[in-house]
Design a protein around this ligand. Structure first.
Ligand SMILES: C[S@@+](CC[C@H](N)C(=O)[O-])C[C@H]1O[C@@H](n2cnc3c(N)ncnc32)[C@H](O)[C@@H]1O
Length: 264
């Protein structure tokens, strides 16, 4: 099997459930705070996924504002349209982050969370982000550094096999490390950077860690020699470690707030 994570209907539902855990709800609050949206503003969500952030942003800008979402997955777009059906100042369309369907300077603010790690051409995507943002406008970008993943296991060899299969799911394993330079090159000045840990030292259903491990196991099956049995055994270990009070999951996401340099 080859290719990255496909955001089809099944995966989109799993991502939605993952993003409704308190860990990711808290992250969305930080993103919203960083955006500092005001009533009447126009905001773009690049890779809007299930529309959870766009829904919250719609409340911040109100009916005199505008929330536009783009995504390459029709299944994700269907979810976000349903979620925001009663908010006519929101709109969604299918587009690639590297070719945004808007005129220059269309938005007061733009945001992209957990998307650019799947986009091969980061300079092209950030050039588009900069083009559609007003001079003086602000952007918020959030991505994961997958090499920050720390999971306790008593079977390091199996962990290595599953994680090496999981590496196929993204294009950039450590995008946050190089994002500052890319943002400056695209025409932004960086105002704020924060780390947002997804830290779950307990094995509970409603946590990012447990749900992410489920998505990782499904993705790994059939890649780099990982069988269904091995993926099941990998997951079973975490349930057992959880019972023994030995579960440990930690993964860092990084938030960047940047301003588009105003024209002189
Ligand atoms: C992990 S989800 C994040 C969704 C949403 N931003 C959030 O944080 O709730 C990644 C999303 O990026 C979208 N995506 C991936 N590559 C893209 C691209 N090149 N252009 C637009 N969207 C893309 C996927 O379809 C998916 O909806």
């Amino acid at each position: 099997m080859s290719g990255g994570l496909q955001f089809d209907e099944e995966t989109s539902r799993k991502v939605e459930a993952l993003y409704l855990t308190p860990d990711v709800v808290a992250q969305r609050c930080q993103v919203l705070k960083a955006l500092q949206l005001r009533e009447g503003e126009r905001v773009l969500d690049i890779g809007s996924g299930p529309g959870l952030l766009a829904y919250d942003m719609a409340a911040s800008v109100g009916r005199d504002g505008r929330v536009c979402g783009i995504d390459i997955s029709e299944d994700m777009l269907a979810m976000s349209r349903k979620r925001c059906a009663d908010l006519p100042w929101t709109e969604y369309q299918r587009a690639n982050a590297t070719n945004l369907p808007y005129p220059d300077s269309s938005f007061d603010a733009a945001v992209s969370t957990q998307v650019y790690e799947y986009v091969a051409d980061i300079p092209a995507a950030l050039a588009e982000l900069c083009r559609v943002t007003c001079p003086g406008g602000r952007v918020v970008v959030l991505d994961t550094d997958y090499r920050s993943l720390v999971i306790h296991t008593e079977d390091e060899a199996r962990m290595g096999r599953v994680l090496s299969a999981w590496e196929e799911h993204f294009v950039h394993a450590g995008l946050p490390r190089i994002l500052s330079g890319h943002l400056r090159d695209a025409g932004f000045t960086i105002r704020q950077r924060n780390v947002i840990p997804m830290f779950n030292p307990e094995y509970h259903d409603n946590t990012y860690g447990k749900r992410a491990l489920g998505i990782m196991a499904s993705f790994a099956v059939g890649r780099r020699g990982v069988s269904q049995e091995e993926a099941n055994a990998w997951l079973a270990e975490f349930a057992e470690l959880g019972k023994q009070g030995k579960f440990f999951f930690s993964l860092n996401r990084y938030l960047f707030v940047a301003d588009k340099v105003a024209a002189a």
